[in-house]
Write a protein that binds this ligand. Structure first.
Ligand code: S3P
Length: 167
């Protein structure tokens, strides 16, 4: 079983992926971290060097060419499901879980904004407005996930239960 965790920046994909992989006793793969490791650039540097479209091409290629083990949990970048046919590809190749959260909750959790090129200079008010607009655009992709789960106050045990139940 391959579990792809998707959702907006700040919803907890990386943390939950680690916890879930620990419970399932399988490897965790963080696609953003793979991009950093392979390219030798931070995400911010990658955006600066190749622009957003260069980044979208690379993250999509990484998604589709990574040598996944049979069982693993994968944390995806927040925009990844919304470009090319990535959402359909993930649905065809694994379990997809949308970690859903309200815009105001996301704002309160997004501390490392400088690491995220799309939101790096935003204050809380600007970020809230940005998230409200972006979520409307992105929800059509995110909601194609096989499982949609409220990620606020979600613990890894409940996440595992939901995934196992949904299979
Ligand atoms: C992005 C989310 C980021 C990273 C990049 C773009 C997005 O990942 O891939 O900054 O478009 O939402 P996280 O969701 O892990 O922050």
């Amino acid at each position: 079983m391959k579990v792809f965790l998707i959702g907006f920046m700040g919803c907890g994909k990386s943390t939950k992926a680690k916890q879930l992989a620990h419970r399932l006793e399988c490897p965790v793969i963080d696609l953003d971290a793979e991009i950093v490791a392979k390219s030798g650039k931070t995400i911010a540097e990658y955006f600066e060097a190749y622009g957003e479209s260069g980044f979208r091409n690379y993250e999509s290629e990484m998604l589709k060419t990574y040598p996944y083990p049979e069982t693993c949990v994968i944390a995806t970048g927040g925009g990844l499901p919304c470009f090319f046919d990535n959402m359909d590809w993930m649905n065809a190749n694994g379990e997809t879980v949308y970690l859903q959260m309200e815009p105001a909750q996301l704002v309160s959790r997004l501390h490392n904004r400088h690491k995220r090129p799309l939101i790096k200079d935003m204050d809380d008010e600007q970020l809230l407005a940005f998230i409200q607009v972006k979520l409307k655009e992105r929800d059509q992709f995110y909601t194609k996930a096989k499982l949609i789960i409220n990620a606020f106050d979600l613990d890894a045990e409940k996440l595992e239960e939901e995934i196992v139940k949904g299979k």
